[in-house]
Write a protein that binds this ligand. Structure first.
Ligand SMILES: Cc1ncc(COP(=O)(O)O)c(C=O)c1O
Length: 389
């Protein structure tokens, strides 16, 4: 074996992290669940057999990322994190937790930082599975699948409640579906892939109506992009509602998806349980970048304006063609291409544009993320041909 080969072997070793081993073991122990979409598999670290290389010149508007990030202040912090890398991020995690607690008006013990909100979604499923067999999760269909798919692998039954005619969470039907076996209700607001929101008042009444033994997880990954005045965060409710978990991420408006930072807000006792189930510990680069990004208001404001105005532009182009669409409040748009999604994907790919994946029940619908302005221009220019019969 040459030195190079030996080095390569050593370099391969970190792939077998404790977290991967744990998740891999969980996946092996459970039967494959039907509620497992491609996004969830991606987040579960299942390697894609045919990856599309980044930097290949393709316009990636398939992953709901924010290409405007990281912010200038976060970029500086990322560089500064190099010299902090030999140490665990203890004091930096505490500092970020303190800033988040102040921003949300809660004590620090009500904020738990995770390795992306994905880890916290999975922890929520673990908490629901913990009491033993027979438990059930309620989630909208379609929705972001990371929590329900992981829950299904853990043996929980997933009751999928179709979204209403406006592609919104059907809170009345979700409420009616809650039974003695229900352990968790997942509300993604704005919802991925539809981008729709439920009114703040309706969501609050729903949360308050859920029995205290059922955990309500409200995923606010895209909340910063909401401009519907009737919608809004339910973060303030964690002070009063012990069974509420509100999740946020630095992957979207902050443009730090690759650095894996998210957090949970909840009542103190729930927060202690979430912390106890933690599968990993945050990394110094992500934490320093997130902390700096929180204070980069100029970047956050500009990014929000750019993403929301391009979302409006895409909505208008779809409306001009008379195509059905959901009313998105996220950094993506979900619409009916009028033909098989595969055909639309292939035509877009021929123009160098990668659009989002298929969602069950929406065979002709495409989810398209809002990219940089010139990427949206390219998408809109390619649209007429890609839609053609
Ligand atoms: C609704 C929703 N929640 C959570 C996540 C995961 O975010 P994170 O990068 O923080 O794990 C995503 C990612 O696409 C998402 O769409």
């Amino acid at each position: 074996m040459t030195t190079d080969a030996a080095d390569a072997t050593v370099l391969e070793l970190p792939r077998l992290s404790r977290r991967r081993a744990l998740l891999g073991a969980a996946a092996l122990l459970a039967p494959l669940a039907p509620f497992a979409g491609a996004d969830a598999q991606k987040r579960g670290h299942v390697a894609n057999a045919n990856p599309t290389p980044r930097g290949s010149g393709l316009i990636h508007i398939d992953g709901n990322e924010n290409p405007y990030g990281p912010s200038p202040k976060a970029r500086d912090a990322i560089l500064a994190s190099i010299s902090r890398s030999p140490r665990y991020a203890d004091s930096e995690v505490d500092a970020l937790g303190g800033q988040l607690a102040a921003a949300h008006g809660v004590p620090t013990n009500q904020v738990i930082i995770g390795t992306g909100s994905g880890e916290l979604l999975k922890i929520s499923a673990l908490m629901a599975a913990n009491p033993g067999p027979g438990g059930e999760i309620i989630a909208a269909v379609p929705t972001y699948e990371e929590l329900p798919a992981f829950g299904a692998r853990l043996g929980l039954t997933v009751k999928g409640i179709p979204v209403d005619a406006n592609h919104r969470h059907d809170l009345a039907r979700m409420s009616a579906a809650i039974g003695p076996q229900t352990r968790l209700v997942y509300v993604c607001n704005p919802n991925n892939p539809t981008g729709t929101v439920v009114p703040r008042a309706a969501l609050e009444s729903f949360i308050r109506s859920v029995p205290a033994r059922v955990l309500v997880v409200v995923d606010e990954a895209y909340i910063h992009l909401v401009n519907d005045p009737n919608a809004g965060s339910v973060d303030s409710l964690v002070k009063e509602v012990p069974n509420l978990l509100v999740l946020r991420t630095f992957s979207k408006i902050h443009g730090l998806a690759g650095l894996r930072v998210g957090y949970a807000l909840s009542h103190e006792k729930t927060a202690a349980t979430v912390a106890a189930w933690g599968l990993s510990y945050p990394n110094i680069t992500g934490i320093m970048a997130a902390t700096a990004s929180l204070g980069d208001h100029e970047f956050l404001d500009k990014t929000r304006v750019a993403l929301v105005s391009d979302r409006t532009r895409v909505h208008a182009a779809i409306d001009a063609r008379g195509l059905p669409r959901a009313d998105s409040q996220g950094n993506f748009v979900f619409f009916d291409t009028g033909g098989p999604l595969k055909r639309f994907q292939e035509r877009m790919l021929a123009k160098g544009i990668k659009v989002g994946r298929h969602f069950d029940g929406y065979d002709t619908w495409a989810r398209v993320s809002i990219g940089l302005k010139h990427e949206t221009d390219a998408f809109l220019a390619a649209l007429p041909e890609a839609l053609g019969a």
